[in-house]
Write a protein that binds this ligand. Structure first.
Ligand code: DX5
Ligand code: ZN
Length: 222
């Protein structure tokens, strides 16, 4: 199993964002998770395509854009141009989910669908065959530093089963409350891609934190 660690820059020091991104990259980040909030779909406001474009020359790994915006479609081409590799969105934020998935792929990005804690798995019916990633939220979207919702583990197991049944290479990403202490358990439930904001940016040593997470992941696989 290939595991990927995706630091969420939402918890970075925004006054030193470039430096923070370079620091997590040299600490071993596999992706940069980029949280976009619009103060409409979620009650918070974060960063947009201009910031993505500014960071892009400094980022040699894929930029994993998590759109918490409504509507979705208008902003997709902007993020593709700004250097996103993966664009994920919430089905509740799009009137035409299949169209949004197609739009993301037409713009050369990988497409992800995000399941909120209360979103049923039915939204994967007729979409999974066109997805590159499923992002399971283990907190309600809008803020970093929240507690992992335990019931998410059952949901991860159910999504993992559906992905395996599809026979396709779809990444299963988890977002919210991921720490060194719970990452092994989350991996055992089926996730392969781990977003961590406060656990990494809140630590004194980013490299040691990512290394500890990798050790926990290796242990979970053994
Ligand atoms: C929440 C965001 C997350 C957040 C995770 O809406 O999607 O990516 O930054 O933060 P932590 O890891 O602190 O829960
Ligand atoms: Zn996120």
């Amino acid at each position: 199993m290939v595991y990927r660690i995706a630091p969420s820059i939402l918890s970075a020091d925004f006054a030193r964002l470039g430096e923070e991104v370079r620091a997590v990259l040299s600490a071993g980040a596999d992706l940069i998770h980029f949280d976009v909030m619009d103060n409409h779909y979620v009650p918070n406001l974060s960063i947009g395509p201009l910031v993505c474009e500014a960071l892009k020359p400094h980022v040699k790994v894929p930029i994993d854009v998590h759109l918490m915006v409504k509507p979705v479609d208008r902003i997709v081409p902007d993020f593709a141009r700004a250097g996103a590799s993966i664009i994920s969105f919430h089905p509740e934020a799009s009137d035409h989910v299949d169209r949004t998935i197609a739009l993301i792929r037409e713009h050369g990005c990988r497409a992800g669908l995000v399941l909120n804690p209360a979103t049923p798995l039915a939204c994967l019916d007729f979409t999974l065959e066109n997805l590159d990633l499923v992002l399971v939220m283990s907190v309600n979207p809008g803020f970093g530093g929240q507690k992992f919702i335990a019931g998410t583990l059952d949901k991860l197991r159910a999504v993992r089963e559906r992905i395996d049944r599809s026979g396709r290479d779809v990444w299963l990403e988890i977002d919210g409350g991921v720490k060194t202490e719970n990452i092994a358990q989350i991996a055992r439930a089926g996730a392969d891609t781990f977003v961590a904001g406060s656990a990494i940016f809140g630590a004194a040593d980013y490299a040691a934190t990512i290394e500890n997470m990798r050790q926990e992941l290796a242990r979970s696989a053994a």
